[in-house]
Design a protein around this ligand. Sequence first.
Ligand code: G1P
Length: 289
Amino acid sequence: MKIRKAVVTAAGWGTRFLPAAKSQPKEMLLLVDKPVIQYVIEEAVASGIDQIILITALGKHAIENHFDRSFELEHILLQKGDEKRLQEVRRISDLASICYIRQKEQLGLGHAVSIAKDLVGNEPFALFLPDDLIAAEVPAMKQMLEVYERYGCSVIAVEPVPPEKTSAYGIVDPQQVEGRVFEVLSLIEKPNPEEAPSNLAIVGRYILTPEIFGLFEKVTPGAGGEIQLTDALRLLLEQQRIYAYQFEGTRYDTGEPLGLLKASIGYALNRPDLGPGFKEHLQQLDLSD
Ligand code: G1P
């Protein structure tokens, strides 16, 4: 069944980005010249998915405004004869069909996904966690869709992390099937290094079968006292196979300041209009102390 819909979770408080995220959503923080969330929506669209269900929360209106039309701005750009920017502003509002649901209580990622149930319906869907940005020649979700088409089961993006970092991620117990594809034998949310079954960590891209929705209510609060998606996936594993896919590309954790800085450098260097000048500046920096 073709994947038509993507759920994007954007309901977190963004406390790691205070004070910047005090009065603006962390998903709207700047990465070169676009808000972080726009890269994620563009990845979905570039992967052929343009029905987006965005899970938001109190104080996230700037996201809705960003993807809406701004007639005043368009008018000003038209008057100025700035055709290039006018086209760009219109492109953003035409990118995808987006509907918004508010998560009224922050009870965890599993809970955030569960509230998309009625809008997703009884079909497989993609899930994006916008803290994870993946710079890749072929969009990471597009790579995963190929795996989904081959195996017809849920697919989770993974990448190896240093063993001492397992407690920041969901970790899978993998059995290699071919190349970058693994069958998931088990999975656990934020294990200590001693409990971790491997160092293959879940990254914020998933393709999920709709059976996951029936399982959230069976999940009790897990790591951090939250309803965890990983715990629902462990229940799904009792009914269906799940595959893990080690994507090709560079992942940045834009959910914390150092990760956003690294992403800014990576994305800026790759921009044909900014990269050469930025690189020259970096080369002139004295990094000796
Ligand atoms: C969430 C998931 C975790 C996954 C991570 C990827 O955790 O629960 O399994 O490894 O995203 O970014 P969070 O970062 O929201 O704590």
